[in-house]
Ligand binder design. Structure first.
Ligand code: IMP
Ligand code: MG
Length: 178
């Protein structure tokens, strides 16, 4: 019989918060006050965005998009579809895409392309986690929370089959039938 998967803490909650505070300060330093719009990618980035927005000591706006990827268990097919669009215009604004994790880079390559067509003043990416060993498309991530090895992680917004998003810590999912 298959064993149940277990979780092992990779990055504890306090360390995540400490790093997000640093990123918030850095973002506030890099942009004119009030110019930045955070674009959170649902659902994984919602918790990161909530903490990051409050760590930026300046006015920010935010909005959300959702995408789905086809034909993948844990690997990307390269096909991405927009399933929820923004409510606001991006024309002339400084866009900061807020993503939970950059893995192959396929999702962010697609999103950056879509958002570029909305004529923002600038586009940069903030990703809580980066798994560079899995990259298939080159992506420039300006703000990275943590670089991690090639392991499947859950918690702090990240899921496996919609589970584990509410774990406080970032955990490696081990065992079971992943
Ligand atoms: P990419 O297009 O391969 O870069 O995939 C990025 C998306 O895959 C992320 O937004 C996550 O939703 C998902 N993903 C990639 N790696 C993990 C992981 O280790 N845990 C949970 N989700 C992941
Ligand atoms: Mg995601």
């Amino acid at each position: 019989m298959a064993s149940e998967p277990t979780t092992r803490i990779l990055i504890p909650y306090d360390k995540v918060q400490e790093r997000i505070r640093e990123l918030g300060q850095q973002i506030a330093h890099d942009y004119p006050p009030g110019s930045v719009v955070l674009i959170g990618i649902l659902k994984g980035a919602c918790i990161f965005l909530a903490d990051l927005a409050r760590a930026i000591p300046a006015p920010v706006k935010f909005d959300f998009m959702a995408v789905s990827s086809y034909g993948r268990g844990k690997t990307s097919s390269g096909e991405v579809k927009l399933t929820k669009d923004l409510d606001m215009s991006l024309e002339g604004v400084d866009v900061l895409i807020v993503e939970d994790i950059v893995d192959t880079g396929v999702t962010l390559t697609y999103l950056a392309h879509v958002l570029q067509q909305r004529r923002p003043r600038s586009i940069q990416i903030a990703a809580l986690l980066d798994k560079p060993s899995r990259r298939m498309r080159p992506v420039q991530v300006k703000y990275v929370g943590f670089t991690i090895p090639d392991e499947f992680v859950v918690g702090y917004g990240l899921d496996h089959a919609e589970n584990y998003r509410n774990l406080r810590d970032i955990c490696v999912l081990e065992g079971g039938e992943l």
